[in-house]
Every structure is written in structure tokens, then in C-alpha cells.
Design a protein around this ligand. Structure first.
Ligand code: ADP
Length: 169
């Protein structure tokens, strides 16, 4: 029975994240998806929105739960007695960044192991920031995120458009 934590911004969650969770849930007995709440960072989606969108995406799996956390991820792992962090790796650039992060987390708690998983190739190019840009330009994101995420993304973009327009008047 090995518990694992999958941390991230998930701003917004994508089918790439889901593919990693789908793989991880077959390896580990329990997955805690942890939505990072960092006061220094600006997110497009609130913590509550990110948690609810992700919850909706994983609701079919009974060994996956979603939580918000505003402190060190190793502290979350300790709180639930988990020793494994999962991170998704799409390419060498990701690996280089993720490796440094893993070593930092190991420095903070030597009992924590980071496990890197790669998604199916069709998810290699999915990135939350790129999806937001694409949606802003009116691109079709339906193959990248579920309808719930696409709808909320659209609502936010319309709101931004109206507030920018009002600011200019
Ligand atoms: P962070 O802001 O911590 O990088 P993200 O929400 O962007 O959080 O990602 C969380 C984890 O999911 C990271 O390990 C990231 O590399 C991974 N990830 C993001 N998109 C994909 C994808 N398309 N395929 C596989 N892993 C991904």
C-alpha cells in the first residue's frame, strides 16, 4: 500500500495531467492530487476552481482525491505519511527542471522519492499556459481539456474582454 502525492498548479488541469494520474493510480494504492496555492503567484483560476475542475475530472476513480495546499509539498506528504511525489515529464527540458526540484525536495526530506512519469505522446505538447493563450486567440481546446475547463476558460476570457473594453471607454 503505497500512497503518492501529485502536486502542481493545475491552472487549469488538462488531459496531460489526467493521463499522468491515470498511470499513477495503477501503480500506487492512493493518489492525492495537490493543488498548489502560492500567494506569490498569480493564477487564472482560483484555488477552489482548480480543485473543483480536477475533482470533476477524477471522480470516476475511487483511489484519487484532490486537495488544496498552501505550504511546502514535502510537509503535505509528511502530513499524510506519503513518501512518493509524482511529477509528469514531457521532454528533456521538463526533466532538467523536475530533476532540480526533486533534489530540492529530497534535501528538505530525504525520505521523499520523486517518481517521474511520461504521458502518452499525444499529450507531450499540452501545457496549461499554452492552452490559455490558444483559448484567448479563439482556438479550439476541446482535445486538450474537458468541456468543464473549456467552458470556464471561455467565461473568464469573455469577462476579461468586457473589463478591458470598459477600461478603455
Ligand atoms: P507546476 O506549476 O508545478 O509545473 P503544472 O500544473 O504545470 O504544475 O504541472 C504539474 C505536473 O504535471 C508537473 O510535473 C508537470 O510537468 C506535469 N505536466 C503538465 N502538463 C503535462 C502533460 N501534458 N503531460 C505530462 N505531464 C504534464
Amino acid at each position: 500500500m503505497v500512497k503518492a502525492v501529485f502536486p502542481g498548479s493545475f491552472d487549469p488541469p488538462t488531459y496531460g495531467h489526467l493521463n499522468i494520474i491515470e498511470r499513477a493510480r495503477l501503480i500506487f494504492s492512493e493518489i492525492h492530487v495537490v493543488v498548489a496555492v502560492n500567494r506569490e503567484k498569480r493564477y487564472t483560476f482560483s484555488a477552489n476552481e482548480r480543485v473543483e475542475l480536477m475533482r470533476d475530472m477524477v471522480k470516476q476513480w475511487d483511489n484519487v482525491t484532490v486537495h488544496a495546499w498552501d505550504s511546502l509539498i514535502v510537509a503535505y506528504a509528511k502530513k499524510i505519511s506519503a513518501h512518493v511525489l509524482i511529477r509528469g515529464v514531457r521532454n528533456v527540458t521538463d526533466f532538467s527542471y523536475e530533476f532540480d526540484l526533486a533534489m530540492m525536495n529530497r534535501g528538505l526530506n530525504p525520505e521523499i522519492e520523486t517518481v517521474f512519469l511520461s504521458p502518452d505522446p499525444q499529450y507531450f505538447v499540452l501545457r496549461s499556459s499554452a492552452i490559455k493563450e490558444l483559448a484567448e486567440l479563439g482556438g479550439d481546446v476541446s482535445s486538450m481539456v474537458p468541456a468543464s475547463v473549456a467552458d470556464l476558460l471561455h467565461q473568464k476570457l469573455v469577462k476579461d474582454f468586457i473589463s478591458t473594453k470598459n477600461a478603455k471607454m
